[in-house]
Design a protein around this ligand. Sequence first.
Ligand code: ZN
Length: 416
Amino acid sequence: MLDLVLRNARIAGRGDAIFDIGIARGRIAEITQAISSDAPLEDAGGRLVMPGFVETHIHLDKSCILDRCESRDGTLQEAIAQVAAAKRGFTEDDVYARGRRTLEKAVVQGTTRMRTHVEVDPRIGLRSFGAIKRLKRDYAWAIDLEVCVFPQEGLLNDPGTEELLVAACEAGADLIGGCPYTDSDPHGQIARIFAIARRFDLDIDFHLDFDLDASRMDLEEVCRQTLAFRYGGRVAVGHVTKLSALAPTQLADMARRLADAGIAVTVLPATDLFLMGRDQEHSVKRGVADANLLLEHGVNCSLSSNNILNPATPYGDCSLIRMANLYANVLQVDRPAQLRECFRMLTDRSAELLNLADYGFKVGNPADIVVIDAQSPEQAIAEISQPVAAFKNGRQTMAWPLPQLLPPQLSSRNFA
Ligand SMILES: [Zn+2]
């Protein structure tokens, strides 16, 4: 017995064929080209459907704080300092309210899974962590949220931080992150993060190599430790803007090392474009790593938002399609096959980075379905097509009616 049938759906990754998707008890029950059932029907109208966007890297706790910050030079160092100052005033309810605003934007943009980083240190304590755990519970009807605790302002230079990270892991953090570039001992931090991850059997997600000086890269140490601890498939790194400064042969070499170690890369174009190259007066370098090239060498990659409305990225609507369009434009991606890969870096490739075992249109998986007003993944990226409906565990969570033209001969309706 089906509870709902979504008709006339063009499934991302399955070409031009049209499918019906049957849903029972919140799960995918059937996918065929014509389902016969008395269950209620929804018509996708031949539009593109997929199991929801996967945001692999965002910071809900420090989103929407532009009104408390004053940026002057737009550098990474300034952004971290501005957030550190604002963070002292964060209360749990304040983090919850701002995080909710950002999370709701993500839901209406078709995101059904998300990994958020949360800062933990002796100034903020576990206040942000507590707020994000509440959001995870309160919005489980619309999105699966996983919480990655990390030391934004350093670990070995910041006594008391490791104890708080451990306390968060004991209190249900889903994974642990690192940020070696703000530490007095970057390699020492990498070692401590691996130690905590192994103790709690958690995946790791590092902020890494976030400038344009490719003469020295922490990535090599992360590769070394990932191999040493057999942690392949469980380590992701975000930004890695230094990769954009490597010559093609060096980049290919580094890509092969990442692939061999089993390390995935998240590219964060909005933040990377905003913060990189601030020492230049003209012909500013873009600083965005070429994820398509990394894919060609066997590295799994995702594209994500990172920051929304804060000193590191004073923009943001949580649209991952827009983020992929921005990335594609900057990297001059034009071939349809590469644009399709951009779409995969918001969907199944991102799910793989998060090690999600139940993502995708497979019988038995959660009925997470997002309908996009496009015919193909490459069109969705090129045109920033709008998600128009989302379902989580078989229940509709979002509707975004399409715009309507009102020519004079058809309507005299006014804006209302
Ligand atoms: Zn980040």
